[in-house]
Design a protein around this ligand. Structure first.
Ligand SMILES: [Zn+2]
Length: 282
């Protein structure tokens, strides 16, 4: 599943190619994948591409409606322009093969012939045309993202102090903070020197401060490396993020800790693979 760094990476890339483009037509190949009337988009000009949590927002000049996109498990976006290709989301062979493919659900065609494909193997993702006001009301209820200004140390402290759950599970709770998936939580806890199974409320002020810095740092590293990719196709095409080359503890069980001689241990916590150094994390 694409995590926040992957979504932020594709947002930046799409913004660079989409702003100013006029929509010639939007074709919906699978009705479940698009909410609203696609025909009403004809002639609209893209003004901006923004993001809240893992939802991409496509805004239009002079319009009060926007298109919001959630990639969910297997969604991906592929922009094909003249000499320009942008791919993001779940990596599959569709990144390098010809499009549309059997996974293509929506195709946007722009004046001049450039295209944007929304592919989604499992069809959990969606594009929705909706009023900005209505969307803002729903989004305002969402927890702050790790990279937002309102994700302050004070907010983080309040959340951690209130829970008796293992700290790792609190970090993964998208109702409390948006954007941290399993990879980044494992690495952030390593950076902060905290065991994943520690009770959240047991963390000291100093530990909370270290952890706040660590989660922001790993998310920004993820964005810097363009997210993590886990597929062979990435090697074939040369596309995709490289955070996987910079994992600190994630998927490194049995390998030497980056700080000491200890080997990284793996346990299950909340059903997810959990990686840590018994020596460096307390
Ligand atoms: Zn260690």
């Amino acid at each position: 599943m694409p995590e926040l760094p992957e979504v932020e990476t594709i947002r930046r890339q799409l913004k660079a190619v989409l702003v100013g483009k006029t929509i010639a037509k939007v074709e919906v190949l699978r009705s479940k994948s698009f909410g609203g009337d696609p025909e009403s988009l004809t002639g609209w000009i893209i003004k901006d591409v923004q993001r809240k949590s893992k939802v991409l927002e496509i805004l239009f000049r002079g319009k009060t409606e926007m298109v919001v996109v959630h990639l969910k498990m297997t969604g991906q976006l592929v922009f094909l322009g003249k000499g320009r290709k942008v791919v993001g989301g779940h990596p599959t062979a569709d990144w390098v093969n010809s499009l549309p493919s059997k996974h293509t659900r929506v195709v946007w065609t722009f004046n001049g012939g450039d295209k944007l494909f929304f592919n989604d193997m499992r069809v959990f993702g969606w594009m929705k045309l909706m009023e900005k006001d209505k969307y803002d009301k729903e989004v305002r209820k969402m927890a702050p993202d790790i990279i937002d200004d309102d994700f302050t140390l004070e907010y983080f402290t309040e959340i951690l102090r209130k829970s008796r759950k293992p700290v790792k599970l609190v970090l993964l709770d998208q109702d409390k903070m948006g954007g941290l998936g399993n990879i980044y939580v494992n690495d952030a806890l390593f950076l902060a020197g905290i065991r994943p199974e520690r009770k959240s409320e047991s963390l000291s002020e100093v530990e909370i401060k270290k952890l706040h810095e660590a989660v922001v740092k790993v998310i920004n590293l993820g964005i810097k490396y363009g997210g993590a990719s886990s597929s062979n196709y990435v090697d074939v095409s040369g596309l995709g993020g490289t955070y996987q080359d910079h994992f600190l503890v994630y998927k490194r069980e049995g390998q030497k800790c980056l700080n000491c001689e200890e080997k990284i241990k793996k346990i299950k916590l909340g059903g997810r693979g959990t990686f840590f150094c018994v020596h460096c994390q307390k």
